[in-house]
Design a protein around this ligand. Structure first.
Ligand code: DX5
Ligand code: ZN
Length: 219
């Protein structure tokens, strides 16, 4: 089964956002990954609907919006309107997770839930059937350029088992510290979507890194 590559624009040069968008559009990448941070759920503040809309208008690929915000249910509608193809919320930010997932689906976009490194896979047992994507955070969310947490590998396997047992369509997405040095390992564990920020935009030739991430054969 082939996998998807989702460059995170957080690591792009925002003075030349059009170039970063063009680069992803013309590369072997499959998705745009957009990191929304509110300075509450995570310490950092990034960007909101306005920037997502600017990017989505020009994106020719799936727009994957990762909401690292408190009370994300309040904003599902507006991010869907801004042009998201899929919206991911954090399990830790949602006391009524099932309801928020329904809201995402009613907004007509793909539904994702992200798990912080300390959050067990078992949290998803009763919602996995409703999900298109599960994001395994392989760093603590909030910043790009952090070190990959190796304990994530058995967690990806556990999640792959849960998905198989419940016959869910959910794709496993990994986010944080992903690059050419560990992509093969996470794919072998069961990941299907590779988010990469600094590994792509920090490279001399970002398109080449995308091509190489896409070409990894994990079977
Ligand atoms: C982390 C974000 C990531 C981040 C990944 O909080 O969710 O998507 O941009 O960046 P790298 O690949 O540099 O870890
Ligand atoms: Zn992200």
């Amino acid at each position: 089964m082939s996998h998807f590559v989702a460059p995170s624009l957080l690591a792009a040069d925002f003075r030349h956002l059009d170039k970063a968008i063009e680069l992803v559009n013309t590369s072997d990448a499959d998705w745009f990954h957009l990191d929304v941070m509110d300075g509450r759920f995570v310490p950092n503040i990034s960007f909101g609907q306005f920037i997502v809309e600017q990017i989505a208008e020009r994106a020719e690929k799936y727009v994957d919006v990762h909401l690292m915000i408190e009370d994300p249910g309040r904003y599902i509608e507006s991010f869907a309107r801004a042009g998201a193809s899929g919206i991911t919320v954090h399990a830790e930010a949602c006391p009524h997770l099932h309801r928020v997932i329904q809201q995402i689906r009613e907004a007509g976009v793909k539904a994702g839930v992200a798990l912080n490194p300390h959050t067990p896979v078992s949290q998803l047992e009763n919602v996995i059937e409703e999900l298109d994507v599960v994001v395994v955070m392989t760093v603590n969310p909030g910043f790009g350029g952090q070190k990959f947490i190796y304990q994530s590998i058995p967690k990806i396997r556990q999640l792959a088992d849960l998905i198989a047992v419940q016959n869910s369509r959910a794709l496993i997405e990994v986010d944080g510290g992903i690059g050419l040095q560990n992509a093969q390992k996470v794919l072998e564990a069961g990941a299907r979507v590779l988010v990469a920020g600094s590994a792509v935009f920090g490279a001399d030739d970002p398109a080449d890194v995308i091509t190489r991430l896409k070409a990894i054969d994990a079977n």
